[in-house]
Write a protein that binds this ligand. Structure first.
Ligand SMILES: Nc1ncnc2c1ncn2[C@@H]1O[C@H](COP(=O)(O)OP(=O)(O)O)[C@@H](O)[C@H]1O
Ligand SMILES: [Mg+2]
Length: 371
């Protein structure tokens, strides 16, 4: 391959005119470099510009500014069929009157491929998505998950270097979606094709991706591995969007090169020794972020550094975990504990009104800029 990157978006802007006649940037100076063989996801809530970005890579839309590169070549106004990418949409867009075989063969027939070549490739594509033997059925005779696999086979049969997938599992129920996530990931690894995957589901992105671009309002908020975006969110938006976080507002009291101490008015106390990211200054208003599963609950004992007395205000048992809602001087903190031991005795759980101590271990907290 000629380029290290399968696909690049360089400083891409896409403006639309709204029905009211205003201009809006659906994609606002986005730069992404997607490596060969990578499972790359664009993650963000509805309207953040994911589909528009994907459509520009596919060639269904052209950037207002900036450029899309595929294998190092500027795409300009190259039409979709001349790009080495293929798209799988959420609505499977299968031809209802054609058989599964005919649906998958369609693209090859349009290219005037030879009959036995088509047969071989369709067979292989159906094998890949585990639909061998279903080739004579019509789409209506398949389940939702199977129909989605046909859509996938139809894209794979053309052996694209890059597969673009726009919320392909959106129409499936949760259990099937989770199964398909693992299957898709395994298939991608096995084929070594670059996948660019669009989803609004953070768990899905974490499950499948090598890297994730977290998007909001047309901009990339952070790009990184699942571990990076979860454990080291770049800002409050990402910390809030991916997983859950407790946020404590405060002000930097003292600062070394690596650590900060933050005074938190709500707790009327200082949290000390927290790792910091770049660009923070003494006296700056910040938010201290800590994940519910990283707060330690202690029933009794003397107060230590970064430990605060609080009360349980609610508990929610959800099988694998219990969510414990607490309040410390009126500041609400959510704690998540795993139920690692099988037990029924109500006394073994935290109860509403119970006094507890909460330990905010500095290495489990992040000091983030206030947006
Ligand atoms: N053809 C279009 N004309 C006008 N506005 C559009 C068009 N396509 C998308 N938009 C707007 O651009 C924004 C981003 O849309 P989209 O890329 O579909 O978001 P996502 O896929 O992340 O939900 C939305 O506000 C949407 O209404
Ligand atoms: Mg979309």
């Amino acid at each position: 391959m000629t380029s290290e990157f399968a696909v690049e978006m360089r400083d891409v802007v896409k403006r639309f005119i709204t029905p009211e006649g205003n201009e809006m940037a659906a994609v606002d100076h986005v730069t992404m470099k997607i490596r060969n063989g990578e499972f790359f996801s664009m993650l963000g809530s509805s309207g953040c510009g994911k589909t528009t970005s994907l459509r520009m890579i596919a060639g269904f839309e052209w950037p207002t500014e900036g450029e899309v590169y595929i294998e190092g070549k500027a795409m300009g106004h190259t039409p979709p069929f001349q790009r080495k990418v293929n798209t799988v949409f959420q609505s499977y867009a299968l031809f209802q009157h054609l058989t599964i075989y005919q649906n998958v063969a369609f693209g090859l027939e349009m290219e005037n491929a030879k009959e036995d070549e088509i047969k071989k490739r369709v067979g292989r594509a159906l094998d890949m998505v585990q639909l061998t033997g279903m080739d004579r059925r019509k789409p209506k005779q398949l389940s939702g998950g199977q129909q989605q696999r046909v859509a996938l086979a139809r894209a794979l049969v053309k052996t694209p270097d890059v597969l673009l997938l726009d919320e392909p599992l959106g129409a499936l129920d949760l259990k099937l979606r989770k199964e398909m996530q693992l299957e898709l990931k395994a298939l991608q690894q096995q084929l070594g094709i670059t996948f660019i995957y669009v989803t609004h589901d953070q768990e899905e992105a974490l499950t499948m991706s090598d890297r994730i671009a977290v998007m909001s309002k047309g901009k990339v908020q952070q790009m990184g591995t699942p571990v990076e975006v979860y454990e080291r969110p770049a800002n409050k938006f990402v910390a809030d969007f991916i997983g859950e976080s407790n946020f404590l507002e405060g002000k930097i009291k003292s600062l070394t090169r690596k650590e900060a101490s933050v005074f938190i008015p709500g707790l009327n106390a200082e949290v000390t020794g927290m790792p910091i990211s770049e660009g923070l200054a003494k006296g700056e208003e910040v938010v201290v972020s800590i994940r519910p599963e990283k707060v330690r609950l202690v029933e009794k004992g003397a107060l230590k550094m970064n430990m605060f007395r609080g009360k349980v205000t609610n508990t929610v048992y959800i099988g694998a975990d219990t969510h414990i809602y607490t309040e410390v001087h009126g500041v609400k903190l959510k704690v998540l504990e795993q139920n690692r031991i099988s037990r029924l005795d109500p006394k073994s759980f935290y109860t509403v009104g119970q006094d507890v101590s909460l330990l905010l271990m500095p290495e489990n907290t992040l000091v983030l800029k206030k947006d």
